[in-house]
Design a protein around this ligand. Structure first.
Ligand code: GDP
Length: 446
């Protein structure tokens, strides 16, 4: 996501590097390039104008001319302005004083509302809530079933229309859904609503009626980051039609140029709360404007990386490994496999590496390394070893390696490569013990 915008901006800043002073012409060139980069990323023109206008003003002010390193100062300004446009501080969900909290989802058909309802349900459940999903999209065939499927996958209850539950009338379903939540002590209700392929008056009226009937604490505008220039008009229509409280960006995993994010946030004046980055339930992030800005500027997003590592690496398992390790036991192939599996849980390696400063450029080459196939082969190899071999790889001589290769259906060279990689990892772990660290999670967190 944002990769071409990111490439363009970093190239622009590279051109400034090493300049001791910036002339007005330098600033103009830079602003022009930023403007071009934003337009190419599909940011709407009025938004680009406002953005570059304030950058130019600040770049010509004393804040830059008197800075020790004017080029860096400009990166800092662009970073701050980006954070501002994306909503400033991280905006958390607002919960009602008297539950249930009602969260209404609105947006065009195909924006990803139903998928998001499942993700949001899981996120709420994971954070100690008892959510209920309410199926009010009665326009799109299968939308109700789809919500029931994602609800089941997320382990979250779904309230769906049936005789007595306002069949055929979305406003009635929404109202009864909230009532049901109140009766049955669900503390958050997520209302999935219908969308159309384009903005139309009837849909907007329905959304507005559902808003009126359920009095939501949050009205989240769900928008597909790939819709590009159209985002501006759609966001405006929803802001006027239903009065939004926040934005959720979806499909940030695609080759979206990402401009919609900047346009929508600026146009609605509403903060982005969440980002959806894939079709799976886990492809969901709390949106942090500052972290997103550093990702766009390829300054890395180490904080999100650490959080994902914490989620992927079982704390108990890691602690057990660390204490065994401190007690003098060696790092074994079993441990290696566990760590590799945890690493894989963090998602495609290219996504993970894209969050590291400066790694944006090479992330595409790394996907294969952690592909499903490669991971399955590693697992098969380790599983073909005897317990003794897993604990002491030194006993793996040539003939054993050949047998293991046969047993796991791979070439001997692949077994050798795995053992080499493991030996390297073991060395790192031993060195870490000498320094008192604790595994990859420890290395990232500490
Ligand atoms: P709705 O009409 O707004 O309810 O949209 P859906 O939730 O049915 O989503 C439309 C399509 O987009 C489905 O095929 C989803 O699997 C897909 N989708 C939703 N969110 C994402 C996302 O973040 N990334 C990708 N790649 N696909 C998504």
């Amino acid at each position: 996501m944002f990769s071409s915008l990111s490439d363009r901006l970093t190239a622009t800043f590279k051109g400034l590097r090493g300049k001791g002073r910036l002339t007005e012409a330098d600033v103009d060139t830079t602003v022009r390039e930023i403007r071009r980069a934003l337009l190419e990323a599909d940011v709407a023109l009025p938004v680009v104008r406002a953005f570059t206008g304030s950058i130019r003003e600040r770049a010509l002010s004393a804040e830059v001319s008197q800075a020790l390193n004017p080029a860096q100062q400009i990166v800092k300004i662009v970073n701050e302005e980006l954070i501002g446009v994306l909503g400033g501080q991280t905006r958390r969900l607002r919960f009602a004083k008297n539950p249930p909290t009602v969260i209404m989802l609105a947006g065009l058909q195909g924006a990803g509302k139903t998928t998001l309802a499942g993700k949001l349900g899981k996120h709420l459940k994971d954070t100690g809530h008892t959510p209920l999903l309410v199926a009010c999209d009665l326009q799109r065939p299968n939308a109700v079933t789809q919500l029931q499927v994602v609800g089941q996958r997320a382990g979250v209850e779904v309230f769906a229309p049936e005789p007595g539950n306002g069949v055929g009338n979305p406003v009635e379903v929404a109202r009864r859904g909230v009532e049901h939540a109140r009766d049955k002590q669900y503390d958050v209700v997520v209302v999935d609503t219908a969308g159309r392929l384009g903005v139309d008056a009837e849909m907007m009226q329905q959304a507005s009626d559902i808003r009126e009937a359920t009095q939501p604490d949050e009205v989240l505008f769900v928008v597909d980051a790939m819709i590009g220039q159209d985002a501006l008009a759609v966001a405006q229509a929803f802001q006027e039609g239903v009065d939004l409280t926040g934005v959720v960006l979806t499909k940030l995993d695609g080759d979206a140029r990402g401009g919609a994010a900047l346009s929508v946030a600026t146009t609605t004046g509403r903060p982005v709360l969440f980002a959806s980055t894939g079709e799976g339930l886990a492809d969901f992030e709390v949106f942090h404007p500052d972290r997103m800005a550093s990702r766009i500027l390829d300054m890395g997003d180490v904080l999100t990386l650490i959080e994902q590592a914490e989620r992927a690496f079982d704390a108990k398992e890691s602690a057990a490994l660390a204490s065994r390790f401190e007690a003098g036991e060696d790092f074994t192939l079993e441990d290696f496999l566990t760590q590799m599996q945890a690493l894989k849980k963090m998602g495609p390696l290219n996504k993970v590496l894209g969050m590291l400063p400066g790694m944006g450029a090479m992330k595409d080459q790394l996907d294969e390394l952690a592909s499903d196939g490669a991971m399955k082969r590693i697992e098969a190899i380790v599983r073909s070893m005897t317990p003794l071999e897993r604990h002491n790889s030194k006993v793996l001589n040539g003939s054993r390696r050949a047998r293991i290769a046969r047993g796991s259906g791979v070439e001997v060279s692949e077994v050798n490569q795995l053992i080499d990689r493991f030996t390297e990892a073991q060395k790192v772990m031993r060195a870490m013990r000498a320094k008192g660290g604790g595994g990859l999670a420890g290395a990232l967190g500490g």
